[in-house]
Design a protein around this ligand. Structure first.
Ligand SMILES: *Cc1c(COP(=O)(O)O)cnc(C)c1O
Length: 426
């Protein structure tokens, strides 16, 4: 698989190089040179097979022969070792539940596949994984890389801006996992990480790798669950399917669009955001104008400068798709709360992020369409907020109870690159 740097098309790398480097020069994202497309017969036949064999077909179509078939299949099998479920919520709306993995959010798909691929391609070289998280990536990456030899993981997150249980899930692990509570927001964390990658000495001497959703390896893994979702429905519904994606950094939506580019039948996608609405405003008036990040109860989507957006624009341009075909919607905290209540009344409990995708879908869907909203995290990760909204106690899954009892091990840090640099070099 060849990829080019969106900011400098002359810079081309292989899949392995793109996975190791994360970003190209000038902080440019890597994007596939070839956009493979499977014909309708192949699509129909893989939709009939099981999740692992189908994921192998999808990923080998993109990745090619850089990873041997046996190794690739093993990576897929080890990474995707937990269930996906599709729940019917009402007559024309279903939820794609992606939170049944070890850290209860969809980030487990990308995080675990990345850790498998990196361990498969690493030649025992020491690597430092440096990542910014808006809440759930931190846990997925920490759990996926915990205990791996020659790998040091450093994770930055915005202090007091992720849920207490999200924090407990990855800041209590220790070992090769170091966590930094930064005084700032997610965009600040993200820009410090980018500066570290731009620092040639740092990047080389530590063999820095980013496990952010800017890493193409994570995005490719996420294509697979869109196929699983479509496979669940009858052929009749497939062509009327509208998928709503609760978006922050826009990796999840990028993966969905890459699935469609590969030939997956989906009528349209919806980009659902909270009030950090840079993309909806852009789709509305064509002006890219990120504002200061606003803290919300859907904190994993508190991103005002979404890193993956340039990939979506690149894809639309390459495929000659109109950006106007992308639907969008913005949901305030107030409406997020009432949506959680509304769904609870019909017997379905959701977290704030999934509530946003449901709300925008419900308002957008037409009579002949079938809606699928993505359930990105387990409601219990946001215990405080959800309990407050529902006015009753909710029970925690075992993994959260266990981590909740452990002490936090995070370092506190000011948003200053030279402090971070010293920390990394120590
Ligand atoms: C990361 C995350 C999102 C946003 O996904 P992006 O790929 O960054 O757009 C939404 N919901 C939850 C629960 C998340 O953890």
């Amino acid at each position: 698989m060849r990829l080019y740097n969106i900011k400098d098309h002359n810079e081309q790398v292989s899949f392995i190089q793109a996975t190791k480097k994360g970003l190209g020069s000038k902080q440019g994202l890597f994007f596939p040179v070839e956009l493979p497309k499977l014909d309708i017969n192949t699509i129909n036949s893989i939709l009939k097979t099981d999740f692992l064999s189908r994921s192998y077909k999808i990923l080998s179509t993109y990745i090619g022969n850089e990873i041997t078939p046996n190794n690739l299949f093993m990576c897929i099998e080890n990474a995707f070792s937990f269930p996906i479920s599709i729940r019917s919520i009402s007559s024309n709306i279903s939820c794609l539940e992606l939170f049944h993995g070890p850290t209860l959010a969809f980030k487990d798909f990308g995080g675990r596949f990345l850790s498998q691929i990196l361990s498969c391609i690493s030649d025992n070289q020491h690597t430092t994984i440096l990542t910014a998280t808006s809440g759930d990536t931190g846990a997925a990456i920490s759990h996926a890389f915990y205990g791996m030899e020659n790998i040091r993981v450093v994770i930055l997150y915005p202090q007091h801006k992720i849920s207490p249980l999200q924090e407990k899930l990855f800041c209590t692990i220790g070992g090769n996992i170091e966590t930094i509570a930064l005084e700032g927001d997610f965009d600040t964390c993200q820009s410090l990480v980018k500066m570290a990658f731009n620092d040639k000495y740092l990047s080389k001497s530590l063999n820095l790798n980013s496990a952010n959703s800017i890493n193409i390896c994570r995005l490719l893994a996420q294509i697979c669950y869109y196929f699983e979702a479509v496979a669940h429905f009858s052929e009749e519904i497939r062509n009327q399917l509208v998928i709503s994606v609760p978006s922050g950094n826009f990796g999840n939506l990028t993966a969905g669009l890459l699935a469609r580019s590969l030939g997956l039948p989906v009528k349209r996608f919806i980009a659902a955001t909270n009030v950090n609405d840079t993309v909806p405003r852009f789709l509305n008036n064509g002006i890219w104008n990120p504002k200061k990040t606003i803290q919300t109860i859907s904190n994993a989507m508190d991103v005002s400068n979404p890193n993956n957006w340039p990939r979506i624009q690149e894809l639309f341009q390459r495929k000659s798709w109109e950006l106007t075909s992308l639907s969008y919607g913005v949901v305030s905290d107030k409406v997020t709360r009432s949506s959680i209540n509304e769904l609870d009344k019909i017997g379905y409990l959701v977290d704030p992020h999934s509530a946003i995708s449901w709300h925008v879908l419900k308002n957008s869907i037409k009579d002949d369409e079938h809606g699928l909203f993505i359930g990105t995290a387990h409601f219990a990760k946001f215990q405080d907020i959800v309990q407050d909204i529902l006015g009753r106690e909710i029970v925690l899954p075992n993994i959260l109870t266990k981590h909740n009892k452990l002490p936090l091990l995070s370092y506190k840090m000011k948003p200053n690159f030279s402090i971070l640099r010293d920390f990394l070099l120590k």
